[in-house]
Design a protein around this ligand. Structure first.
Ligand code: ASP
Length: 338
């Protein structure tokens, strides 16, 4: 068995945090701390060679932006020809966004790219950090395995259906509307692995991803439609948005908001609808959905909020690079998310 080289990108997050007077804070020296935490000889026994890149400064993932997703995607494309796999270490608060953003931005990715984090810092007693790291290295070193996955607490998730469900439990992530893809004891079968639905579209090159990281900031707002909004309410600043992600009630109904839907009907903005329910998604089936249909709000089915937002980010990036037309975005958003 030959040694497998893994590229590891440490962006920050609880996994590498240390206590500070203000509370836990992303901290450096990650290479030395990781070497100290891993059982001696573990990498040798696993035949792994890690090439670690640590972000300076490391971030709490609440500060991560679409520019970071583009940067990570560019780094992943750059690493594609030199490594067996990639592992991205990040805080859990926005891990589902980064995972689904990379899923959308990297169609046909030829290596395993595994994202993970932890609920406890590496040096904390009974921390989950080391086991999550070792599991990510395990998945990233598998043979005949490629694509983007989130690995956490022994489970492997499809980024499009995965959400952070608990802010405290070690089992922080859950798969919505379907089972996790695999478990350490039961790796996924080849046929169960997700494929990118947008294979037919042009792909963003490493150079385009790097340039998007520098100067593209899509402005997408996510807005729950809740009981109590006044009927004459409308959204100030709609013209400054690039996309609007609405969260409807139940299977896709809305409180009566005639002024708002009139405003949407006359705008060119891509507007999509997900459900506020944890599972089941949107199926327009009630008269109380009519205003949404008339305003051409597209149903995004069972898309998670993270996947819906990052899919639109990808489509807007393609449009910025003149690879799809603006008019096609709502239709493609619906087609790929549903
Ligand atoms: N606030 C932390 C972060 O997202 C939480 C974590 O890592 O679990 O960076």
């Amino acid at each position: 068995m030959s040694v497998k080289r893994l590229k590891v990108i440490y962006t920050g997050g609880t996994l590498g945090m240390l206590p500070s007077p203000q509370g836990l804070q992303a901290a450096g020296d990650f290479q030395q701390r990781l070497e100290k935490a891993l059982p001696s000889d573990w990498l040798k026994r696993q035949q792994l060679d890690l090439d670690l890149e640590a972000w300076q400064p490391p971030l709490d993932s609440s500060a991560m932006q679409p520019s970071d997703w583009f940067q990570l995607a560019a780094l992943a494309r750059k690493a594609e020809s030199d490594y067996h796999g990639l592992v991205i270490l990040q805080g859990t608060d926005t891990l589902a966004w980064t995972a689904s953003a990379l899923f959308w931005l990297l169609p046909d990715f030829s290596l395993p790219l595994i994202l993970t984090g932890a609920q406890y810092p590496l040096e904390a007693p009974l921390s989950d950090a080391l086991s999550n790291l070792q599991e990510a290295f395990y998945w990233a070193s598998q043979e005949n395995f490629s694509g983007i996955y989130l690995s956490f607490n022994q489970q492997l998730f499809d980024p499009r259906s995965c959400r952070k469900g608990s802010s405290q439990e070690r089992n922080a992530f859950a798969s919505v509307d379907k089972l996790p893809l695999g478990h350490l004891d039961k790796p996924p079968s080849q046929s169960a692995l997700p494929t990118h639905p947008g294979q037919a579209l042009p792909r963003l090159s490493e150079g385009q991803l790097a340039s998007l990281a520098c100067d593209f900031q899509p402005r997408i707002l996510r807005l729950p439609l809740i009981p109590g909004l006044p009927q004459d309410w409308s959204l100030t600043g709609l013209e400054n948005l690039d996309g609007l992600l609405l969260e409807g009630l139940g299977s896709g109904t809305t409180p009566p908001l005639p002024a708002f839907f009139q405003q949407l009907a006359t705008s060119q903005l891509p507007v999509g609808l997900i459900s506020q329910c944890w599972s089941g998604g949107v199926h327009y089936q009630y008269a109380a959905s009519q205003a949404l249909i008339e305003a051409k709000v597209v149903s995004l089915g069972k898309a998670t909020p993270e996947s819906a937002q990052t899919c639109l980010t990808w489509l807007l990036a393609l449009s910025r690079e003149n690879l799809v037309s603006d008019q096609k975005i709502p239709e493609l958003w619906r087609k790929y998310c549903i």
